[in-house]
Design a binder for this molecule. Structure first.
Ligand SMILES: Nc1ncnc2c1ncn2[C@@H]1O[C@H](COP(=O)(O)OP(=O)(O)OP(=O)(O)O)[C@@H](O)[C@H]1O
Length: 309
């Protein structure tokens, strides 16, 4: 797959001197869904704003569909749809008018048949003549998507599409995103919700304090989640791991009262039976055993914590 969006060594220092992006490089492939995960203030919105030409990068380059976002701004921007974090709709405007207006802003010819298709896809067709302020929060968010799609962009940015949305609406939004992907739209969404990234992304990027800490196929991350920890509580604490157990790459925790063995749940043999036998043979007595499954959340929290240290 070719790169639809190419971000190279992007830096953004705001006027006050705050460095919101510290050299981010990222390629987004055509047709994929990339979820950018990060805590508040990580730089997610700044990154999206830079790609969409709302924030001017301090240095670095961005291209969309091969067009540089600075030197060839109009062509690049034409390919992008942006669904902002905040609902910025005119309260008394009718849905169809709002969407038609957005299309006009991009200098596109009026095409009500296309807008009908978009509104139907987003289950808004019945509401086309409703005023925006008569809509529920979930519908308003869908109007934002309809507006962003009105000029037929090839890349759609969704900035926290489900922030503050209830579980059912969140699932609806995920279905909508999946449909858009099926239509060939490349999608980049930011989120605080790990389960959102898990549910819909092809790849996951983790951003914290202006740095991209990781970008990985979700499937690979899930495979990592297959790792599990076996925690062996000992009757008597030990000062160090017995030499006989060196092959198991154990960690000693809780002042020597417990051993931690990390294993891959997807492997044919976990090695647990042998380990327990060898622990006994090494003269240690078990008090209890526990297991702990590492999740995407653990990976995320671990990464962000490491970065803060
Ligand atoms: N116009 C601005 N001037 C100065 N600093 C800014 C400006 N916009 C954002 N920042 C700062 O840059 C940092 C990154 O902000 P950004 O909005 O990109 O984060 P975010 O990851 O989108 O956060 P959230 O999840 O809370 O939306 C924050 O510390 C923010 O205060």
């Amino acid at each position: 797959m070719t790169a639809m969006v190419k971000i190279s060594d992007l830096r953004k220092i705001y006027d006050g001197g705050f460095e919101a992006l510290k050299g981010v490089s990222l390629e987004i492939r055509e047709g994929e869904i990339l979820a950018l995960l990060g805590p508040n203030g990580a730089g997610k919105t700044t990154l999206i704003s830079a790609v969409c030409g709302i924030a001017v990068p301090t240095s670095g380059t961005i291209s969309v569909g091969g067009h540089d976002t600075i030197t060839d701004y109009r062509a690049a921007r034409q390919l992008i749809g942006l669904v902002p974090q905040e609902i910025n709709l005119e309260p008394f405007q009718k849905v169809m008018d709002a969407v038609r207006f957005s299309r006009g802003l991009f200098g596109c010819k009026r095409d009500d048949a296309l807008l009908e298709r978009i509104l139907r896809q987003l289950s808004l067709w019945d509401k086309r003549n409703a005023k925006v302020n008569e809509l529920s929060g979930g519908m308003k968010r869908r109007v934002l998507i309809a507006k962003a799609l009105s000029h037929e962009p090839r890349v759609l940015f969704l900035d926290e599409p489900t922030a503050g949305v209830d579980v059912e609406l969140r699932r609806d939004m995920w279905d909508t995103v999946a449909q858009l992907k099926a239509d060939g739209v490349t999608i980049i969404l930011t989120t605080h919700y790990i389960e959102e990234a898990e549910a819909i992304a092809d790849r996951v990027g983790v951003i914290a304090k202006g740095e991209l800490l990781l970008v990985e196929e979700k499937a690979a991350l899930m495979a990592r989640m297959g790792r599990k920890e076996l925690i062996v509580d000992l009757q008597e604490p030990v000062a160090e791991i017995p030499e006989a157990l060196a092959a198991y790459d154990l960690r000693l925790i809780e002042d020597g009262r417990a051993l931690v063995y990390t294993y891959d749940t997807t492997a044919d043999r976990t090695g647990i039976t042998n380990l327990l036998a060898e622990i006994a043979a090494a003269g240690l007595t078990l008090r209890d055993i526990r297991t702990h499954q590492s999740s995407l959340e653990d990976i995320f929290v671990g990464l962000v914590k490491e970065d803060a240290a």
